[in-house]
Design a protein around this ligand. Structure first.
Ligand SMILES: Nc1ncnc2c1ncn2[C@@H]1O[C@H](COP(=O)(O)OP(=O)(O)OP(=O)(O)O)[C@@H](O)[C@H]1O
Ligand SMILES: O=P(O)(O)OC[C@H]1O[C@H](OP(=O)(O)OP(=O)(O)O)[C@H](O)[C@@H]1O
Ligand SMILES: O=C(O)c1cccnc1
Length: 496
């Protein structure tokens, strides 16, 4: 059973918007359900005003697509839906069609943990129109959230540098699934462990934690509380020292550690959860070092995010483990990634491709037509530029990349510059092409990818923007298509 099914123990096929099913019904009635279509999933702006985004969620997308199969219960529910005049919304023959439906599209995707940029398709779905349309919403719900949280985690890790970061957010997460998906995505993005046990079990990721204030409150004194915890966990105790008075708590922790030392006890760490974390960590470090406990960790928590972690480090805080909850799992400063899923190519009856786009008043919201691929150029120092192009059309010898937002901004890439195409086959006619990487491999990939970005793009505040754009001919094709559609629109208006 897939991890998603383990969690929900039921079919997830109805995890989509009603309008996906009404469109599916319409396509089926029109006889175009099986016509080949290409959709791309992409976002328009990096979250958190950052310079890069970390792709995440693909493994769950694949699990979702592979389990797609309407059960008798699902079909009975759909059959029970009624229209405006109390007639069944869907006719029985359509429900019979759904009963036999399996996901048979080709899916190409940028691997999880990759750095990605606006307009680049993270996922390309090519296959029967009805199927490719139906999965829009679940793909977006999975990828938007996990990509958002993986990116937030990468930023926190960027600030924490070589220190450990533990995700503590379940209690403040957006519900049960929010907490689990966030724990996984945060791990993809670079945190080292989670306090969320179910995430640890489902996703095979490390779990870690300390104890709460209630533990201290449940004993007649802080000393008794620390002693009892220390006896239970002689090698895994991190004492929370701020229940009453932080520095007094540190002294108590040291006393208890010394007392338990002959029994083989070693204090793994202390945790600070309030007050001036710079001052308190510096003073705590002094006390611990004076007691010879130089490798006892100092963990800090309390509404931390990448900016506070960064500031505390700049202030000289002596914290070496960061517990981050609310701000991470809710992506507090930007609670959603605006990823979209757009139709870009549709086969006509004569077998030719019809490249389509969604027009918008705002240039950045006009989608890209064609069967897209992303080519990333690199040199010995790292990534140089990304180019979105139409795979179905020949590429010119000389590579010119045009900014999607300002066509006067262009970058030429010298001939012979090495490159790789980022979208890789994941499903062929619905079948897994090869095993997906596990979380450890995804994390390693993310680390390598971020390492190839210039510092100016990695920085948290006002980063430089990475050159990512459209191949010049592709850009011209899109512009011509936009002009043609606008002209058609005007002609229609005049004809009225
Ligand atoms: N030296 C510091 N520089 C910048 N921010 C800090 C510093 N020390 C703590 N903070 C942050 O300041 C924010 C506010 O902390 P605040 O003082 O309100 O908490 P507290 O009252 O000490 O703790 P609590 O409300 O949990 O008892 C928190 O996000 C915390 O991480
Ligand atoms: O602050 P976060 O980044 O979300 O990290 C998790 C917080 O959860 C716990 O607090 P608790 O639930 O006891 O609440 P409080 O400390 O906010 O009072 C813990 O002591 C952290 O402060
Ligand atoms: O283990 C901890 O210290 C912890 C877990 C969840 C939330 N806050 C702290």
């Amino acid at each position: 059973m897939s991890t998603l099914q383990q969690l929900y123990r039921s079919s997830l096929s109805l995890l989509t918007d009603l309008y996906q099913l009404t469109m599916a019904y319409g396509y089926w009635k029109e006889g175009i359900a099986e016509r080949e279509a290409v959709f791309h999933l992409y976002f328009r702006k990096p979250p958190f005003k950052g310079g890069y985004t970390i792709a995440a969620g693909l493994a769950h997308v694949v699990e979702y697509l592979q389990q797609l199969q309407f059960t008798e219960e699902d079909l009975a529910y759909l059959g029970s839906l009624r229209g405006g005049q109390n007639e069944p919304l869907f006719e029985q023959a359509f429900l019979d069609y759904l009963r036999d439906l399996r996901f048979t599209c080709d899916v190409d995707a940028i691997p999880e943990g990759s750095v990605v940029f606006p307009s680049e398709p993270l996922i390309r779905v090519r296959g029967p129109l009805l199927q490719a349309q139906l999965v829009e919403t679940p793909l977006l719900t999975i990828v938007n959230f996990q990509t958002l949280i993986a990116t937030k985690a990468a930023r926190i890790k960027e600030a924490a540098k070589d220190d450990k970061v533990i995700e503590f957010g379940m209690r403040r997460a957006q519900g049960i699934d929010g907490s689990l998906a966030a724990a996984r995505a945060a791990y993809v993005g670079g945190v080292d462990a989670t306090s969320n046990l179910l995430a640890g079990k489902l996703f095979d990721m490390p779990v870690s934690g300390t104890h709460a204030h209630s533990w201290v409150q449940a004993f007649e004194s802080e000393t008794h509380a620390f002693e009892a915890y220390g006896k239970a966990f002689p090698h895994d105790s991190v004492f929370l020292v701020d229940t009453y008075n932080t520095l007094e708590g540190v002294r108590q922790a040291i006393e208890v550690a010394k007392k338990l030392y002959p029994s083989g006890f070693k204090l793994k760490g202390i945790r600070l959860d309030s007050g001036d974390l710079t001052y308190l960590s510096i003073e705590a470090r002094k006390l611990l070092d004076e007691a010879g406990m130089t490798d006892t960790n100092i963990v800090a928590s309390n509404d931390l995010d990448e900016n506070i972690v960064n500031s505390l480090k700049q202030q000289g805080a002596r914290i070496n483990v960061w517990g981050v909850g609310t701000q991470l799992v809710t992506a507090y400063d930007q609670p959603a990634l605006g990823g979209v899923y757009k139709l870009a190519a549709f086969k006509q009856e004569n077998g030719d491709w019809n490249y389509t786009l969604k027009l918008s008043e705002q240039l950045e919201k006009t989608s890209n037509p064609g069967i897209q691929q992303v080519r990333r150029f690199y040199d010995e120092n790292g990534f140089v530029a990304d180019m979105i192009y139409n795979e179905a059309e020949p590429l010119p010898e000389k590579v010119l990349i045009v900014s999607p937002l300002d066509s006067t901004r262009r970058k030429s890439v010298p001939e012979g510059t090495p490159y790789k195409d980022l979208l890789q086959p994941v499903l062929a006619k619905g079948e897994l092409v090869q095993e997906l990487p596990d979380l450890k491999a995804i994390r390693k990939h993310r680390e390598e990818e971020i390492g190839k970005l210039h510092e100016s793009i990695r920085r948290l505040l006002n980063p430089h923007s990475y050159p990512a754009g459209l191949e010049a001919n592709f850009h011209q094709f899109k512009t011509d298509l936009v002009l043609a559609i606008r002209e058609k629109g005007e002609a229609a208006l005049k004809a009225r």
